[in-house]
Design a protein around this ligand. Structure first.
Ligand code: ADP
Ligand code: MG
Length: 247
């Protein structure tokens, strides 16, 4: 059997006395959408920090395609196939949409060509074009990011995370602060991404979680409370008590 694309084994970290992530294990199936839910402060973003290498776990392991990558810095995690977006924005507001995408895509250029002018970066420019098209940002390519709507900015962040052609995409609350319409558009977009990338999502909109996810993991006070198919999670009494019953 081939190894899962991503596996967390007993991940733990504490801040002072607070066990922010406490012995959390799960596997992520290839080309599926796996969603992590849980109340504010449950440890979801911290879990992403451990998986993406932003934080080193106190205990446990992160495996990408069966290879132990625990404690590797983010650029090594990225080289292994992992990319992430952030709950807090990661955009260059004074640069254009196209420039933001070009910077993120530059990693696709061979090292030997890295010092050529940006205009000669064919692989990167081709990727920028693809992403502008796919994310419906073509007519906004020359706009400064600061001139985009909130929904467009969040969409651009997903595009940036995809620029390096990752195998696994970690998205931390991509619909946060979005209007209902933008949220629906983003859901459709994420669904379409799952054809060629594995998605691990943190999402607070329960309706969206239930319609979008193949698999749901519930976090509560740093621990994994439950996991399963969306319908099983919805009907799980422990989940209802800890989370769904107290929106
Ligand atoms: P979630 O994303 O589920 O809302 P977080 O992972 O952001 O939760 O936070 C989990 C807990 O860890 C919270 O109590 C938060 O205050 C705490 N925490 C997160 N990051 C840090 C940090 N760098 N230092 C201290 N405490 C932190
Ligand atoms: Mg968070």
């Amino acid at each position: 059997m081939t190894a899962p694309i991503l596996e967390a084994r007993g991940l733990s970290i504490a801040f002072g006395g607070l066990r922010a992530v406490d012995n959390v294990s799960f596997t992520v199936a290839r080309n599926r959408i796996t969603t992590i839910i849980g109340p504010n402060g449950a440890g979801k973003s911290t879990l992403f920090n451990l998986i993406s290498g932003a934080l080193r776990p106190r205990g446990g392991q992160v495996l990408i395609e069966g290879v132990d990558q625990t404690g590797q810095p983010p650029y090594r995690m990225q080289a292994a196939g992992l990319a992430r977006s952030f709950q807090i924005t990661n955009l260059f507001f004074e640069l254009s949409v196209g420039e933001n995408l070009r910077l993120a895509s530059q990693i696709l250029e061979p090292w030997s060509l890295a010092l050529r002018p940006v205009s000669a970066s064919h692989a990167a420019l081709a990727r920028v074009d693809e992403l502008l098209q796919r994310f419906s940002l073509k007519d906004k390519a020359s706009f400064r990011v600061s001139a985009l709507s909130h929904g467009e900015q969040r969409r651009l962040e997903v595009a940036l995370a995809l620029a390096c052609k990752p195998k696994v995409l970690l998205l931390d609350e991509p619909t946060q602060g979005m209007s209902h319409g933008d949220t629906q558009d983003t859901a459709a977009l994420i669904k379409s991404l799952a054809n060629d990338v594995t998605v691990l999502l943190i999402e607070h909109d329960i309706g969206l979680v239930m319609s979008l996810s193949d698999h749901v993991i519930v976090m509560h006070q740093g621990q994994k409370l439950a996991e399963g198919a969306p319908a099983d999670i919805r009907n799980n009494p422990a989940v209802q008590a800890a989370y769904l019953g107290h929106p």
